[in-house]
Each structure stands twice: as C-alpha cells, then as structure tokens.
Ligand binder design. Sequence first.
Ligand code: LLP
Length: 428
Amino acid sequence: MHHFTHRDGDLFAEDVPLARIAAEVGTPVYVYSDATLRRHARVFQDAFAGARALAAFSVKANSNLAVLRTLFEEGMGADVVSGGELMRALKAGLSGNKIVFSGVGKTAEELKLALEAGVHMFNVESENELLVLDAVARDLGVRAPLAFRVNPDVAAGGHEKISTGKAEDKFGVAWSRARRAYEKAARLSGIEIRGVDVHIGSQITELAPFEAAFQRVAGLVRDLRADGHTIDRIDLGGGLGISYDGNTEGEGAPPGPADYAALIRRIADPLGVELIFEPGRMIAGNAGLLLTRAIYVKEGEARRFLILDAAMNDLIRPALYEASHGIEPVQAPQQGAGYGRYDVVGPVCETGDRFASERELPAMAEGDLFAIMSAGAYGAVQASQYNSRPLVPEVLVRGEAFHVIRRRPSFDEMVALEGLPPWLEART
Ligand code: LLP
C-alpha cells in the first residue's frame, strides 16, 4: 500500500504531481511519501498492540534524517549497525533507550559511543566482541545490556546475497556455541544479560523460515533460563518481504504484518518477554520511488534501449541482486501510442547497469519521465558517485507540500574531500 497514484494519467506523490518535482528539483531524484511511511509504521506497531514491543526501524534501509524523524514521531525506535547510524538516530531526535545496536564488527569506539548514549541493547555477534564490550563498559563504570545474535541455521529463501541465517553465513554466534557464550557473559561484570537476537535475512516472502527460526529461539530461551540466566527480551530482527510487482494478495505475495504478528505471538507470548523487531524494507520500501527522465531511445541490433538519467550508482538493487522494480510512466502516453519492449538502462559504463530487460512499456519518447517503484529502502543509502555522477538527491512529500531533504551536491562539493599531495601541487 502506498500513496503514489495516477490521476488522469499523471503520477502523483500524495497530492504533488511528480512532473512538478522533476521540473523544480531535476532528475534523478528519490521521492518519499510521508503518509506511506507513517502508515507502515502504524500498521506494523498496531499488529503488536497489547504486547510489550519495540519496533526499531532498521536505519540501513533509509537513513535520511527527515525519514528517520518521521518514523520516530510515529513511535518507532532504531536498529543501527555503525557509529554513523547511531549518530543519525540520535541527531534525528531519538533517545538512546529506543536504539538497538546490531552489526557483525562493532569497534571499541563504536561500543563506547553506544554505551554513552545508553542504548537499549547490544546484539553481540561473537565471544570476542563480548570481551571488548565488557572491557569498554567496565571502563565507563556501566553494565552493557546484552543479547547474543544467534545463527539458527535456517535457509530463508531470499536472494543468496541477503540471506544471513545459515551456518555458513558470517552472522551471529554459532548455534552449537550459544549456551557457552551466555555462560561466559554471565561471569563478566560489565555485562548484563537481557535477551536473544536473531535475524535470518531480507525480502523473505513466506512465514515458514521465520517460524523455524523463532521456534529455535524460543527453545534456546527455555534452555538459557534453565541454565539460570534472566532472559526478558527477544529481538526477532527484520526481513519481512514486500511486493515489488504490485501483487499484495495473490499467490507469492508476501505475508502481511498481521499474519507475521500472529505467528510471533503464538511462539513468544508463552515466554513473557519484551519483543523487539528491526523492520526496514517493510516500512520504507514502498514509501519511495526513483524519479528519472529518459535521455535517449536507441534501436540496438537485438534490443530497443531506453536510456535513463538514473543509473546503477543511484539504485544498485537490479545490478546487485537481479531485483525487478516496477517502472511506470509519470505522464500519460500519447493516445494510441501502443506498447514496446525496452531494455531500461542507465548511462553508466557497465553492462549490469540495467533496470529491466525487455520490459513492456507504453511507447516512450526522449524526455519522458519514469518512476522506478519500491525504491524507498536500500535505494539512496546504497547510492555512490560512480562515474563521477553526483549523489542522487531526496525529496519528502506531505500532502500538497514537498521538501528537498537532501540536495544534489555541486561538482565542487563532490571533489571537496580530495587533495593533491605536495609533489603534485609543486608542479601546478
Ligand atoms: N536487522 C538486521 C540485523 C539486518 O541485517 C537487516 C538487514 C535488517 C534488520 C532489516 O531487514 P529488512 O526488514 O529490511 O529486510 N541491500 C539489500 C538488503 C540487505 C539487508 C541487510 N540487513 C537489498 O536491497 O535487498
């Protein structure tokens, strides 16, 4: 569900025609809907109404300060994986006690920063990290609230590059070592054991892998309690998939938050724990699109190419994960223009710079605007300046208003961090 709709053929973000944003801000540009972000935040939290639950938005999915602030206003917390994300969450106005700190390689500096911020929980991923956290906490004279992220060895079915819960993945503490890790933690004075954490992957479109992982976690909680540990929280990570093709009801459609919540309540309610979640894509994915303009239409030998001003450096998901995003014309095509098949590509000098192959689209002309849909999560955050293309800007729409929440950098800003060594300067 989102608030990007066609009115008389023109695509709108809430009450703003996308063509107006393109004219005023230029393209390519990410456009987010305030109403969609808020709706998703509410739907997710409402699904757990009555439970002790913290829905911590996974900041890696979209870390723009205005997006974060919007979600925090709706009561969400934050899941962060670096000092930078932690500082973003704090800067966007969140208090430390609504932040969980995940991540496979946290440094002592980052752990210190998070302890000073008073984060709700550390999701520790190894016994060595445990020792560093203990030392940093003792230095500061505090105790660090801890969960171990455990690896349940469950195949999640999504793309292999975003699966995280199998035995050969780098994530989490090995299942067979988990109880020993808690034993060790219990002996450390800088550590306060609080919970168990699991995250098995992303863009998961069925409930079975979640059920398998969460059942294992529930079993572990019982074992740990039998070992004498206090476990009063479980963090079930993120991973709930979204529809990238508009199919929200039919076969293959991802489960809705209500079904996901019912599964969790069935497994977790008997444990009497606080529930923590780290949804990212489910909140932000369909709340954003990438607005772009066709530069050229080119007749190749075997294909017809639609060459956009957006490229893989702006949205890398198709190149990296073979992801397929909906592509919609922003303005109604000419009457009777018919349809054509296009390879939709960007201008970057790589064959992989392709948004879609042989996609059926209304006949298109140079200068036409398009929206690449479902780009609100893992879009702008994964953008780069490859080919010396400026970082793509971001716009947030609310009703009839819109605001540039990150502007396009100038050329001078793009090179501002670079400097010449003295031997080169000496020659100029
Ligand atoms: N928690 C942890 C520990 C994670 O590693 C992730 C995502 C999440 C929560 C949020 O997962 P979500 O609810 O968004 O599925 N760039 C890839 C996705 C990478 C996901 C990484 N971890 C993509 O564009 O598909």
